[in-house]
Design a protein around this ligand. Structure first.
Ligand SMILES: Nc1nc2c(ncn2[C@@H]2O[C@H](COP(=O)(O)OP(=O)(O)OP(=O)(O)O)[C@@H](O)[C@H]2O)c(=O)[nH]1
Ligand SMILES: [Mg+2]
Length: 586
């Protein structure tokens, strides 16, 4: 009779079996209580061994279902689990960027042989580093950025004696994958805040007004402010009377601010950028003490501190850019199809939601497993296919993995609906998929209108911060960092303000995109009738006898095709590249 040990009871009543399944399995085999007092080192070995055992067990558990498939024959399609790529993937994240603060000005006096008490010669502080963004090829995920939290540019160095200015802070570059949409959540701009305060009659504006000789009001604000002024070592603020302390100089902004896109930032980086785009210019450095020499004060013992930098909290969202998007129910065979068409090592499994993150594969047209070279009108050498997690019915009500992944195919030029011929009525499956796509489109439209409302300037006009907007004459492109290649720039402003020549973002409605159906698992018996019904339905839609499955009257219905394939045998897939290239040229 197996008696439950106290340790096994502890395991059952705690989270331990969940955290350390190996201990749990060991406890069921008995005798674990003897090892409770073991040191951690042997325990680690035990965990490792147990994980190895579980992996083998999992592999064995899977093998009966694989038995139907000759693994050696389909080794490209069904590699052993260690072959599966497990690249981390994140498609949306938030990040705070902070430009570099300015270096402080220097308080220094010339000291040379025979010049014991020379004039002031403190250098100015260096400007802080800038934050740039660049969409680059090769990156496919935002996971590295998601870990960053805050991305800070370097601080400008302090000024030094002998009029040596501080060196600039280091710039930082935020490399994002092509297809990233950047939106500003909030912005902290100390200078804009100070300007706003000045407009309300406080801060430096008050100082300037009181500089007016006609103004008889006592100059209360000619005071030492800890956040603004640096004093000569050993000097106490109280040793300065208001008479010999200057007015606070007007805050300065780097000229580079003119190159920043307007706030709030809304960038759609849909093409690789050959030059980085400035997001936040570094803050200006403080002024050295020579700036404060006046007729009455020859040796000022103060300098200003560097300005505080702008901080912007951004939301980044990645929309993968593929030419073809695969849309299908879970387990329909999308990943298998991607593997049959491309060299992708996407995971395939006989259960729903095998794919949890989008995968992109490239179909090379002229050297793809002996397929004939295709005569393409626009000289395409290759196109890309995106495989996303399966959609379930009512995904828009957050069932399954939801509709979020559709964002990765919303920009695809062609949609391929993958339906499983062996899993019930293919026409119903197609209609269900289109319903979810329609719901996604509705959500997208709502999102855009909410965005537009949000970016409207506030009623009182206090929020809008426009760096030197008025100084740019209409027609001049104020953003030399945005290469404009005629058809569309690499970086597009979603909501370009009036006077800026930026191309509008082209996001056609999903329902008007060319689409076709890939009917998979055609190798299984009893699927012919299902396919015939599907073809009949598509013909009826094409002829206008039936409405498009999207339910939208302007839905695309020119050349509706259903391609029967057995992706697992790589049969029937040869026709797909040609079909896609034809549709891409639409
Ligand atoms: N007989 C047959 N089986 C197939 C075919 N295509 C895929 N399968 C099998 O169907 C199962 C599901 O395939 P997946 O490619 O993982 O399906 P998926 O649509 O990517 O599934 P999710 O990622 O979960 O949405 C696997 O067991 C495949 O081996 C086919 O053409 N014929
Ligand atoms: Mg899959």
């Amino acid at each position: 009779m197996f008696s439950v040990s106290p340790y096994a009871r502890l395991l059952q009543s705690s989270l331990t079996p969940f955290l350390y399944p190996c201990l749990d399995s060991a406890s069921t085999s008995g005798g674990i209580s003897r090892h409770v007092t073991r040191t951690l080192k042997p325990r680690r070995r035990q965990i490792r061994q147990s994980i190895r055992c579980q992996t083998t067990a999992a592999a064995q558990a899977v093998s009966p279902s694989d038995a139907a498939v000759d693994v050696t024959r389909y080794d490209h399609l069904d590699p052993s689990p260690p072959d599966y790529s497990s690249a981390p993937f994140t498609d949306s994240c938030t990040l705070t960027i902070a430009a570099g603060p300015g270096g402080h000005g220097c308080i220094s006096f010339l000291r040379e042989k025979y010049i014991a008490d020379g004039p002031p010669n403190g250098g100015d502080g260096g400007t802080g580093g800038n934050v740039y963004i660049q969409a680059v090829r090769g990156e496919t995920s935002l996971h590295k950025i998601a870990r960053r939290g805050t991305l800070r540019a370097g601080r400008g160095k302090n000024g030094q004696g002998s009029m040596r200015g501080g060196s600039r802070g280091d710039d930082v570059l935020l490399s994002v994958p092509v297809g990233t949409v950047v939106r500003e959540v909030w912005r902290q701009d100390p200078l804009a805040e100070e300007n706003a305060e000045a407009r309300r009659g406080k801060g430096f504006g008050a100082d300037l007004r009181r500089d007016d000789p006609d103004d008889e009001a006592p100059d209360q604000s000619r005071k030492w402010r800890r956040d603004k002024w640096l004093l000569y070592p050993g000097t106490l603020p109280k040793s300065f009377t208001s008479a010999d302390f200057p007015a606070l100089p007007r805050p300065r902004r780097s000229n580079l601010v003119a190159n920043e896109p307007d706030a709030p930032l809304r960038l759609d980086l849909s093409k690789p950028m050959d030059r980085p785009l400035l997001l936040a210019a570094g803050a200006m450095g403080g002024l050295g003490n020579p700036h404060f020499v006046t007729k009455s004060i020859h040796k000022p013992k103060y300098a200003t501190k560097g300005e505080d930098p702008t901080r912007i909290h951004l939301q980044l969202e990645l929309k993968l850019l593929a030419d073809v998007g695969l849309v299908g129910l879970p387990n329909a065979g999308k990943s298998t199809l991607l593997r049959a068409l491309t060299n992708s090592r996407t995971r395939v499994g006989d259960w729903a939601f095998t794919t949890l993150a989008p995968n992109v594969g490239t179909v090379v047209l002229d050297r793809n497993h002996g397929r004939p070279v295709l005569e393409t009108r626009e000289n395409w050498r290759s196109f890309t296919i995106a495989d996303i997690p399966g959609l379930v019915e009512d995904a828009h009500l957050d069932r399954g993995l939801g509709l979020g992944f559709l964002r990765h195919v919303e920009r695809a030029a062609v949609l391929a609906f993958v339906v499983d011929l062996s899993a019930g009525d293919a026409v119903q499956a197609l209609k269900a998929l289109w319903k979810e796509v329609g719901e996604y489109e509705k959500m997208r439209e709502e999102d855009v209108s909410v965005e537009t409302q949000r970016t409207k300037p506030d009623e009182d006009g206090m929020v809008a911060y426009a760096p030197f907007e008025s100084s740019i004459s209409p027609g001049m492109d104020p953003e030399p960092d945005v290469p404009n290649d005629g058809e569309g720039a690499s970086a597009l402003l979603l909501d370009p303000p009036a006077g800026r020549k930026l191309p509008a973002l082209a996001l056609p409605p999903i329902t008007s995109k060319p689409w076709f159906v890939v009917a998979t698992k055609a190798d299984l018996s009893g699927t012919q009738e299902n396919f015939a019904a599907l073809q009949q339905y598509l013909q009826a839609v094409q002829d206008g006898i039936q409405g498009p499955p999207s339910g939208k009257p302007n839905g695309w219905r020119k050349r509706l095709r259903a391609v029967p394939v057995s992706a697992i045998n790589k049969e029937g897939v040869e026709g797909i590249p040609g079909l896609v290239v034809g549709l891409l040229g639409e």
